[in-house]
Design a protein around this ligand. Structure first.
Ligand code: AHG
Ligand code: MN
Ligand code: MN
Length: 324
């Protein structure tokens, strides 16, 4: 026995609040979190993914572990992974379920060799009624249709942060008992912040509204904002979003002119949508500068979008600069 609420208990208690729930989703989530912790090795493998990025060995390992852990239990009809060119249908030998899962098995992979925090991000939607063999099209629905989103953060402690549309809760892995314990109930993002995160090496490619916002932050107490700002860039979106959930902040991977064929760097299905659901559920805002991310209807499972998310008043300020 342990003190505190385990994630398994929390999920079951959440389900009891919904009289129509069948328990299927609960057991999907419990299977998912019980397989949450990841062990592995690092090093570059010799393959590239469809988006032309070199896959680290651990990207492939975590992708395979995630699929193997989630394909057999009968909850899912198909999965879509950042590391798979096409969707992954549940193999014929397993029962098919009524949910679809999209995931980024390893987020922040450039940080592995340097021993900085990385994570796993996932998003769950319903498989359309009556569809046994979903196709790519069935995944291409707006983020507002997500029924669950979450991430695991492999940092100084391993954490799991979850939303099922009823707020955001954070759990910390207790290694002695191998269970995630509720340590951060009802996480909320402060509306104001004096901390921003952006990869400034892309500055020359940014559009005018982002140029203006960052320039004003950099001017600090002597500039139009009249206050000093702090800056962070971890290069693991999971770690950045987690910091924002804990102490506020704004994170931007905005639209830029670096590569006209890409609207942004981050991927809508595996990164932007699940993080947007979490951020909005915690009282923050998630936007491209032009539209609410979760209202976008994706055209492709690997589509990229600009991302500006975090503390409400700062994100709204940046969106305001886009409207001007
Ligand atoms: P991934 O490791 O899944 O490819 O994602 C990395 C993403 C995101 O986590 C991070 O915020 C961003 O890419 C970092 O980009 P830069 O290397 O351009 O800073
Ligand atoms: Mn990622
Ligand atoms: Mn990844």
């Amino acid at each position: 026995m342990h003190n505190g609420v385990s994630v398994t208990q929390f999920i079951i208690e959440e389900q009891r609040r919904l009289p129509e729930a069948t328990g299927d989703f609960t057991s999907l989530l419990n299977d998912l979190v019980e397989k949450g912790a990841i062990n592995g090795m690092s090093g570059a493998a010799e393959t590239e993914n469809i988006q032309g990025e070199t896959q680290k060995k651990l990207d492939i390992i975590t992708n395979d572990v995630f699929i193997a852990s989630n394909e057999w239990a009968g909850h899912l009809a198909a999965m879509a992974s950042e590391e798979e060119d096409d969707i992954y249908p549940i193999p014929a030998q397993y029962p098919k379920g009524k949910y679809l899962m999209s995931f980024d098995p390893l987020d922040g992979s450039s940080n592995i060799d340097v021993n900085i925090s990385v994570g796993t991000i996932f998003s769950i939607t319903k498989c359309p009624e009556g569809i046994e063999n979903p196709t790519k099209e069935d995944f291409l629905i707006p983020g507002t249709e997500q029924i669950c989103a979450g991430y695991a953060l492999y940092g100084p402690s391993t954490m799991l942060v979850l939303t099922t549309g009823n707020g955001v809760n954070g759990f910390t892995l207790d290694r002695n008992i191998g269970e995630f314990i509720l340590t951060h109930p009802n996480m909320t993002i402060p509306e104001d912040t004096r901390e921003f995160a952006i990869n400034s090496s892309n500055q020359r490619f940014w559009e005018a509204p982002v140029q203006k916002y960052v320039e004003e932050c950099m001017q600090g107490a002597e500039g139009p904002r009249g206050e000093n700002f702090n800056m962070r860039w971890v290069a693991s979106m999971v770690a950045e979003v987690h910091r924002i959930l804990v102490r506020g902040g704004i994170f931007m991977y905005p639209k830029d002119t670096k590569d006209p064929s890409k609207a942004g760097k981050l991927r809508i299905m595996y990164e932007a949508n699940p993080m947007s659901m979490i951020v909005e559920q915690a009282g923050g805002v998630s936007h491209t500068g032009y539209e609410r991310i979760m209202e976008i209807k994706p055209n492709d499972i690997h589509q990229r979008v600009p991302v500006i998310l975090g503390s409400k008043n700062e994100v709204e300020r940046v969106v305001g600069y886009h409207n001007d």
